[in-house]
Design a protein around this ligand. Structure first.
Ligand code: HEC
Ligand code: HEC
Length: 315
């Protein structure tokens, strides 16, 4: 797996290094590996909020074509395009934004857990794919899916599980943002309490895996941890305290594999899981208390480990 990721990142670097000087057959091949990785990240983690169809924007976030234009599109160099995108994606904030009007309209995007390689692959895909062309979606999207989709099976299980968790996160995040946009955080508590578990389950069924979100400081008693999950959480927390980046882990038992992946607090989460004094409004607090009298899922700071994804897969 390590070799696969590092080969990919070398390809990315190569791709960006040579583009200024024209393209040869070899560079086209490098681009293909990257386009594939980029499309796969977009498909699992971005399309649910950012429509690949510019004519059918979803009203929850800007279309990918609008983002591409705001980030300079073909008017900028591939390196600059990637750098600007990386600045925002690795740390979404008004400071790294190039679309302040989108933040005002939709609220800040939740942070997605992407590696630098994944960001570079997304940048390459957006830069080199003419998805802003009027008929691109109608004429090319299905072909792109066929061309890039199938190879998921080849990924190591640690990455497969991460993709499953990210796909679920993207769908949950989309619904959460919609609920907040529609009626503020108190209303969104309703969404979380009636829909979060159902949506997580149904994503699992759709993706043929068992997917859960659990925490040692849980809100819903149904999301409590078992011993193996707690051990992973404690280990990950102490690594994060040492300044290490939290990493996923797989454990094998019989013919199944379980993946654990960190869930880290971002700005969107504070209004329901942050400090009671400064982040959670009194009305949101009351709504949460009424539903979850034994709530332990508040008082988290930005960047702290909130809980984990648990993904059960067949070997
Ligand atoms: C849960 C919904 C959601 C998901 C999933 C999502 N985004 Fe966003 N994104 C938004 C919203 C809302 C905005 C507009 C507000 C903003 O700019 O922060 C946005 C804005 C952006 C911007 C422009 C940011 C700026 O302000 O300059 C980029 C770039 C972007 N998204 C890329 C991505 C990529 C790449 C992915 C997948 C890895 C992704 N997004 C996944 C909701 C989402
Ligand atoms: C609008 C309020 C709200 C926001 C915003 C919110 N949550 Fe939650 N969260 C809840 C509620 C309510 C539950 C309980 C859901 C249930 O009953 O299944 C929950 C449950 C969870 C759980 C499952 C474990 C547990 O404690 O029951 C995790 C993990 C979690 N949230 C993480 C996050 C993260 C990460 C974010 C930011 C991306 C976030 N939440 C944003 C309200 C919210």
């Amino acid at each position: 797996m390590i070799s696969k990721i590092s080969i990919r990142s070398i390809l990315v670097v190569l791709l960006f290094a040579v583009l200024g000087c024209g393209r040869t057959g070899q560079q086209e091949a490098a681009a293909e590996a990257d386009l594939q990785a980029g499309f796969q990240v977009l498909e699992t983690s971005c399309f649910s909020c950012h429509s690949p169809d510019d004519q059918a924007a979803m009203g929850i976030a800007p279309s990918l074509a609008a983002i591409k234009a705001a980030y300079g599109g073909k008017a900028t160099s591939p390196e600059q395009f990637r750098n600007h995108l990386a600045a925002f994606l690795l740390s979404p904030s008004p400071e790294t934004s190039r679309m302040p009007e989108a933040i005002a309209q939709y609220g800040l995007m939740p942070k997605m857990s992407l590696s630098e390689e994944e960001v570079a692959a997304v940048a390459a895909y957006l830069y080199f794919t003419p998805l802003e062309k009027r008929d691109w979606y109608a004429q090319h999207f299905a072909t792109e899916q066929e061309r890039f989709h199938a190879s998921e099976q080849e990924l190591p299980q640690l990455e497969q599980g991460l993709h499953l968790a990210m796909a679920t996160k993207a769908v949950l995040g989309k619904n959460l943002l919609q609920a907040i946009q529609a009626g503020g955080p108190e209303h969104a508590v309703d969404f979380c309490s009636t829909r979060a578990l159902v949506l997580t389950d149904s994503m699992g069924r759709e993706l043929h895996a068992g997917i859960r979100r659990v925490s040692d400081r849980n809100r819903n008693p149904a999301n409590a941890v078992n011993a193996a999950e707690l051990a992973y959480i404690q280990d990950t927390r102490s690594r994060m305290e040492q300044g290490e980046k939290p990493l996923g882990q797989v454990q094998q038992h019989g013919d199944s594999v379980t993946g654990f992946y960190p869930i880290v607090m971002d700005a969107l989460c504070l209004q329901c899981h942050g400090s009671r004094e400064t982040d959670i409004s009194p009305s949101t607090w009351n709504t949460i208390q009424a539903r979850y009298p034994e709530d332990r899922a508040f008082g988290f700071a930005l960047g702290e480990l909130r809980g984990i994804w648990v993904v059960d897969m067949k070997r």
